[in-house]
Design a protein around this ligand. Sequence first.
Ligand SMILES: [Zn+2]
Length: 440
Amino acid sequence: MGLSTVTASRILKGQLNGKPGEEGLLEFEKFPNIGLVKVYSNDQQVPDSAATATAMMCGVKTNSMTLGVDDTVKFRNCSSQQGKELDCMPNWAQNEGKSIGVVTTARITHATPAAAYAKSASREWEGDSLMRGVAGGCKDIAHQLVFNNSNIQVLFGGGREFFYPESLVDPVYGTSYKSLQRKDGLNLVNVWGHDKVRRGYKARYAWNSRQFHSINPRTTHFALGLFHPSHMSYELDRKKGPGGEPSLSEMTSKAIKILQRNPRGFFLLVESGRIDHAHHNNTAKRALYETLMFEEAIKAAMTLTNESDTLMVVTADHSHVFNIAGYPKRGSSILGVINPENPDELPPDKKPWTTLVYGNGPGYDWGFRINPLFIDTTNKNYRQVSAVPLSSETHSGEDVIVYARGPMSHLFHGVHEQHYIAHVMAYASCVGRYKDKCQR
Ligand SMILES: [Zn+2]
């Protein structure tokens, strides 16, 4: 969610409300403190999400594609990670008696949510089906989540393919994801549930919206929701009935209601994971609607928490090569086409262009640009044009914004290293290395 994504989403939101669009603000843009964040990783100028999320969760920069381990660990080298695991913000919070939750629309084992709990020389090791041939005894990320993180109270997202044994037929998608289901025969959902029952807790598992809504946040101690075999659906495709998927906003509200029963407080990571995926596919409309749902989730969190005791940090792990360009007139549809009245202002191919464009990705035109006036550029599947033909659009290396409100949010005030975010969160909540060094 780079700055261009925020700006374009802000304009879209205004236009959906019948306004020109440029004049408004998203809710988190009204936060009192903002800063810039340098996103490079230990080894890359333009980072991946495993390294950036590790920086934000664990307070150090590390190598791209690695999760929760220090910068001596080499990608895909299991034996190099022994003893190099980092202690991270969720753990620091838990050590002080706070509750922990992770919510995402991506797979719960995907890079950003996994940085909250996993230690892995590869972000790709989400399930044991993806670890064939890996020597050294490393465990997959889903296995780590259930066996090494049994005190995380709320887990909502997608990715049940890595939790079910291959013998189990998915309740919605049948055998479509069988090849990725577990090869070790474990049903990690059952392992998760049995552990809670054995310890005397009330635990609930949900895989659809009806089950999700039946979770009572006032009586439930532990909740696990896996609403898709892989990533949850894009907001523009999401089925909203009882058999469908809850929204990011609904998941965030439920998570906070469960976690805030702990008088010692809580740490919650909420990721709108599919903004990134939509950009990788050059489908800008999808990315913007995911951002607006993220704003809904933030609004829900603002309603349920108090600025006097809860630090909220809104940021992105990295940006994308996504641009708002040309000279569209004030109030022009953000998903629309720029067609200058003076033909001399058209490019040499005499065709208009879209306001939104990408630096690279699958939207490349292969030398023949289709006139965008003859296509519905407001369709959710429309791919904006890119300059370089890559099968997947890339991240970008520019700084991202951090927006903050609540205790110690003024510590975001300039140009910061990304790992500084973990230190502010820890200092504000008196945990980790700051537990005896801050005001309570
Ligand atoms: Zn990405």
